[in-house]
Design a protein around this ligand. Structure first.
Ligand code: NAI
Ligand code: MG
Length: 411
């Protein structure tokens, strides 16, 4: 019932409170998830605040009286960017005037809980507008997806659970948006700035330990530059310092994977790749002896589309690489598109015409040209094919939380 201006004011205030609490939230996030403190401090939490600032703007600026909040919104999120995923969900829903029931991942509930404490202490939001329920997916998530009084569910996580949510939502036909897995290609043409491509491909896969839905997990490099690119990425992989996330003084650049389940999954994919005949150029090593789940940055060569670990989402710091032997853009695109996913891609070329032609042919919601993993609250993000339905961020995201109403007056 609050006016758009009132909503805008409290979203700005929330953004400022997140900034004030950013040190505490960064430490909490690193302890909970394992990722390096330099990333939670310099990337995750600043992006969380920016996301609230961005959506604060939308609530007062969307003056269309046709748009009405969709109602009660259930939001189920994963553990890879715990507070950022909460922000992607909560900020647009509040901006639209919805009430929220958020379920964080069971592995990483702390930062969302702390955020609600901060909000409660501030007295900013009317009571009951933002609710957080913790628990396992089957126990706390599934009831949200099937609940008859919830009008919309927004989910980020595995494609497998995305399908379960779609089925469970059919009872009251609640609106569903899904942000699911990926197997994103990074395509390097021979005319690319090769040093920049090497850096970009490496951070495209190794950022956040590869636990990123849009990780550039399949490298396609033209045969003229394949050796140089794969060797360059392997060099970077070797140089990445793996260690506990809080060890900033010792310079940990990559922490442990989030859980033993994820560790087993990633190690299993590395083994399956080796069994299928792929060759490990660097990494392939892992260590969970001290209770951490460390997997070293890994690059495989001699991989092809028939291999299980080239088709399925690994969600770890593991890159598979293939040579492009054909200059025909359609055939390059058909290899890059040879996946059930369609979340993102990067294209590396100095020829803007080649890059744009490629971008048009890639079936993915995001195509980066000469960069990878670049996010902005204003840019819509989401998937083709089995990478999901709908878009997050940008005004597209506000649409997820609004119904359009036509009221006709007979004067
Ligand atoms: P998941 O999809 O099981 O969990 C994500 C969220 O969904 C969590 O909050 C979980 O509690 C909830 N959930 C689980 N089962 C549910 C159900 N039946 N009904 C409602 N909610 C449910 O993902 P998980 O098991 O943590 O990771 C498995 C794989 O999924 C990863 O290895 C990765 O490949 C992929 N994944 C993709 C993500 C993305 O950003 N697209 C994020 C996390 C995982
Ligand atoms: Mg699961």
């Amino acid at each position: 019932k609050l006016s758009p201006f009132e909503r805008s004011k409290y979203l700005y205030a929330l953004a400022r409170m997140i900034q004030k609490n950013s040190r505490f939230l960064s430490v909490l996030e690193t302890i909970d998830n394992g990722k390096p403190i330099r990333e939670t401090r310099d990337i995750d939490i600043p992006l969380v605040a920016r996301h609230f600032y961005y959506h604060a703007g939308w609530s007062a600026k969307d003056t269309s009286s046709k748009n009405k909040p969709i109602g009660v919104v259930g939001q189920i999120i994963p553990w890879n960017f715990p507070l950022l995923m909460a922000a992607w969900k909560i900020a647009p829903a509040l901006a639209a005037g919805c009430t929220v029931i958020l379920k964080p991942a069971e592995q990483t509930p702390l930062s969302a809980l702390r955020l609600t404490e901060i909000i409660n202490d501030s007295g900013l939001l009317p009571k009951g507008v933002l609710n957080v329920i913790t628990g396992l997916g089957e126990e706390a998530g599934a009831p949200i997806a099937s609940h008859p009084d919830i009008d919309k569910v927004a989910f980020t996580g595995s494609t497998e659970v995305g399908k379960l949510i779609t089925k469970a939502s059919a009872g009251n036909l609640k609106k569903v948006t899904l942000e699911l897995g990926g197997k994103s290609p990074a395509i390097v043409f021979p005319d690319a700035d090769i040093d920049a491509a090497i850096q970009g491909v490496a951070s495209g896969i190794f950022f956040n330990h590869g636990q990123t839905c849009c990780a550039g997990s399949r490298l396609f490099a033209h045969e003229k530059v394949y050796d140089k690119v794969t060797e360059g990425v392997a060099e970077i992989a070797k140089s990445i310092k793996v260690g506990p996330g809080m060890n900033d003084k010792d310079g940990s650049q990559m922490g442990p994977l989030v859980s033993n389940e994820q560790y087993e999954k990633v190690v299993g994919y590395m083994e399956s790749g080796k069994q299928d005949g792929a060759e490990c150029l660097v990494g392939g090593t892992h260590d969970n002896s001290n209770g951490g789940h460390f997997v070293h940055p890994t690059v495989f060569s001699k991989t092809n589309a028939d291999m299980k670990f080239v088709q399925e989402e690994i969600f770890g710091p593991v890159l598979t690489t293939q040579k492009i032997t054909d200059d025909d853009l359609n055939s390059i695109a058909s290899e890059a598109n040879n996946t059930e996913f369609g979340l993102a891609a990067s294209v590396w070329s100095k020829d803007i015409s080649t890059a744009h032609k490629m971008a048009a042919k890639i079936k993915a919601g995001t195509v980066w040209i000469n960069c990878h993993n670049v996010f902005d609250s204003a840019l819509p993000f989401g998937g083709y094919k089995q990478s999901g339905n709908g878009r997050e961020m940008g005004f597209e995201c506000m649409d997820n939380y609004l119904e359009t109403k036509a009221v006709t007056v007979n004067l």
